[in-house]
Design a protein around this ligand. Structure first.
Ligand code: NDP
Length: 333
């Protein structure tokens, strides 16, 4: 029998956590033949809620759920894990300054980076969902260094990627399966650059580039980008709650593809430590197009940019460098 994978979800009492755990437990992420030991971490004030989630998971009677436990301390949470979904983060409260938010999150992700180094398997793979996700991943990686390689740390831009696919399908009157190879460059924030230059759309049996399929460059360089960038805010306005179902689904897509690999001829967007590709400073956790094989991601090379794209990529790079520098200042060592 296949050995179980031990999978941690932090912030598991929250709304994204609630939508993520069922997909991990029911085989959607790691396959229907792969048993999973699920570990749910949240702050002690949430222990009752966490217990409720554990009870619901038990009641789902899932053949792939080997075990599920709720914890409120890092040692039992991180011990022996194969994958970590780091969802819990300090939310921005009214009147809170950006630097205070960053400092609060540096504290959480520094501690979790150290816990990963101390207790997790050296092969553990990490996705950070909690915002500011790219910089939180940078901090966690910094404190796990020497034990877990930086390449095992990533942040989620897959929701932005999925939003771009969906907008392109809607605009061209096609379905998701007909659209591929959009790219999210940079930060999971308003400066991200959703890029369709290398995307294709299949319509009536013919595959063409996205620009030809849409036939409206002004739309692709204007409203399309703004819709993807601002989608999270629009959902909050409508639902009075932030996106949780789509965020959870995207996190699961991210780890599914990291575990099983990308389809031939397709890439996905993942924020990973830059190796200097496309002039992005080394180590910055930056969203790139990646292909994945045997659990290893590779940044797609050789893509060309026009001046429009260069400007957008420069802006998101600058924002991430500033975030990184502020976060490093908030680390007191
Ligand atoms: P959510 O489950 O809605 O969100 C969790 C995190 O995901 C937030 O940082 C949120 O950022 C981020 N996020 C990233 N992408 C998206 C997206 N597309 N849409 C929405 N959110 C996104 O928050 P809840 O408040 O419901 O739950 C958070 C839980 O985390 C709480 O139970 C809390 O106790 C816990 N927590 C746990 C910690 C720990 O385990 N050490 C530390 C801190 C908190 P944004 O805030 O920008 O929406």
């Amino acid at each position: 029998m296949t050995a179980p994978l031990r999978v941690l979800v932090t912030g598991a009492a929250g709304q994204i956590g609630y939508s993520i755990v069922i997909r991990i437990a029911d085989g959607t992420v790691f396959g229907k033949d792969q048993p999973v030991q699920l570990v749910l971490l949240d702050v002690p004030q949430c222990s009752n809620v966490l217990e409720g989630v554990v009870f619901e998971l038990q009641d789902c009677a899932l053949p792939t759920l080997h075990s599920v436990e709720a914890v409120t301390e890092e040692k039992p949470a991180f011990t022996g894990i194969d994958y970590a979904f780091l969802v819990g983060a300090m939310p921005r409260r009214e009147g809170m300054e950006r630097k205070d938010l960053l400092a609060a999150n540096v504290k959480i992700f520094k501690s979790q980076g150290k816990a990963l180094a101390e207790y997790a398997k050296p092969t553990t793979k990490v996705i950070v969902v909690g915002n500011p996700a790219n910089t939180n991943a940078f901090i966690a990686a910094k404190y796990a260094v020497g034990k877990i390689p930086a390449k095992n740390f990533s942040a989620m831009t897959r929701l932005d990627h999925n939003r771009a696919l969906a907008q392109l399908a809607l605009k061209t009157g096609t379905t998701i399966g007909d659209v591929k190879n959009v790219i999210i460059w940079g930060n999971h924030s308003g400066t991200q650059f959703p890029d369709v230059t290398h995307a294709t759309v299949k319509k009536n049996g013919n595959e063409t580039d996205a620009y030809s399929a849409v036939g409206d460059n002004a739309f692709l360089q204007g409203p399309f980008i703004a819709t993807v960038q601002k989608r999270g805010g629009v959902i909050i306005e409508k639902r009075k709650l932030s996106s949780a179902m789509s965020a959870a689904k995207a996190a699961c897509d991210h780890i599914h593809d990291w575990h099983f690999g990308t389809k031939a001829g397709e890439h996905v967007s993942m924020a990973v430590p830059s190796d200097g590709s496309y002039g992005i400073p080394q180590g910055l956790i930056f969203s790139f197009p990646v292909t994945i094989e045997s659990g290893e991601w590779k940044i797609v090379q050789g893509l060309s940019f026009d001046d429009f794209a260069k400007g957008k990529i420069a802006a998101t790079t600058k924002e991430l460098e500033e975030e990184r520098d502020d976060a490093l200042k908030a680390c007191d060592d």
